[in-house]
Design a protein around this ligand. Structure first.
Ligand code: GSF
Length: 202
């Protein structure tokens, strides 16, 4: 398998963390999807990373599809229960973490790609509200549990850890650590895992 991505993307990081946890071999190729010369559309019509080229040459898109598939490849470090409510709950954690990221990414794009006079403060405020409420919801759901889903490490922790790490990287002014010490505790525990250490956003 060959993963196409960047060192800054939290969605790419999620896939890289899962590949590392599952001890799966892969090649990693950097692609700047914002560069005018990018050829990412040849692989992924949506022009996004991560994109995963499979052994048979077909391309898998979207980090959520990838991590769900990768978890089935080996029993090493199962990250999702096979079915039922527990699986749906973990997928819901992932949707929340990715959704908070989606809102943060929209704010960043609005601020970096548009000239100041075209930026909408209302739009930015709307997205930042999603970030604020999403982080609060994560903290509330986590409570005093060791991990998002309770006592076991799962895909929910991978998704939340990647989201929190990205906010520290791109939005140091958002004090999620001060607002939610339990999320900081989880993040710092996850940061000790080699899979997270080796993929710190840059
Ligand atoms: C999101 C990927 C994404 O937005 C997933 O794979 O989980 N739901 C998808 N990737 C961004 C890079 S980043 O912000 O991490 C991307 O490739 N954007 C290019 C574009 O044209 O939107």
């Amino acid at each position: 398998m060959k993963l196409i991505g960047s060192l800054a993307s939290p969605y790419v990081r999620k896939v890289r963390v899962v590949l590392a946890e599952k001890k799966l071999d892969y090649q990693f190729e950097l692609e700047n999807v914002w560069a005018s010369e990018t050829t990412i559309q040849k692989l992924n019509p949506l022009g996004k990373v991560p994109s995963l080229i499979m052994e048979d040459g077909t391309v898998m898109i979207d980090s959520r599809v990838m991590v769900e598939y990768l978890d089935t490849l080996t029993p090493v470090c199962k990250l999702l229960p096979p079915n039922g409510r527990e699986r749906a709950d973990i997928k819901c954690w992932e949707a929340l973490a990715d959704g908070v990221l989606d809102a943060g990414v929209l704010v960043r794009l609005e601020r970096t790609l548009r000239p100041p006079e075209q930026q909408s403060e209302d739009w930015i405020a709307r997205q930042l509200r999603k970030v604020e409420l999403g982080l609060a919801s994560m903290a509330d759901k986590l409570g005093e549990q060791a991990y998002c889903a309770g006592i076991h490490y799962s895909l929910a922790d991978v998704a939340v850890g990647c989201a929190l790490g990205w906010f520290s990287f791109r939005f140091p002014e958002i004090d999620w650590r001060g607002a939610h010490p339990n999320l900081a505790r989880l993040h710092d525990k996850l940061a000790e895992r080699p899979s997270f250490k080796d993929t710190v956003p840059q």
